[in-house]
Design a protein around this ligand. Structure first.
Ligand code: SF4
Length: 63
């Protein structure tokens, strides 16, 4: 499982961070960064929520 971020469209709203602050962090550069790339099946639902709720569709979840 892998999350990719389209930094061209991320606007740093931080909605993803509010869903999982242990995974997503908006940096001083106004873009979101991943705090980990190690995910388990238990993370899948939250990651899917983050993808769905990102207002700019910057996140993509791949298997
Ligand atoms: S919710 Fe989307 S636009 Fe907002 S910080 Fe996360 S990836 Fe970027």
């Amino acid at each position: 499982m892998k999350i990719t971020i389209d930094t061209d469209v991320c606007t740093g709203h931080g909605i993803c961070e509010s869903i999982r602050e242990d995974i997503f962090e908006v940096g001083d550069d106004g873009l979101v960064h991943l705090l980990t790339t190690e995910f388990t099946e238990d993370d899948r639902e939250d990651l899917m929520d983050a993808v769905d709720q990102c207002p700019t569709q910057a996140l993509r979840l791949e298997d």
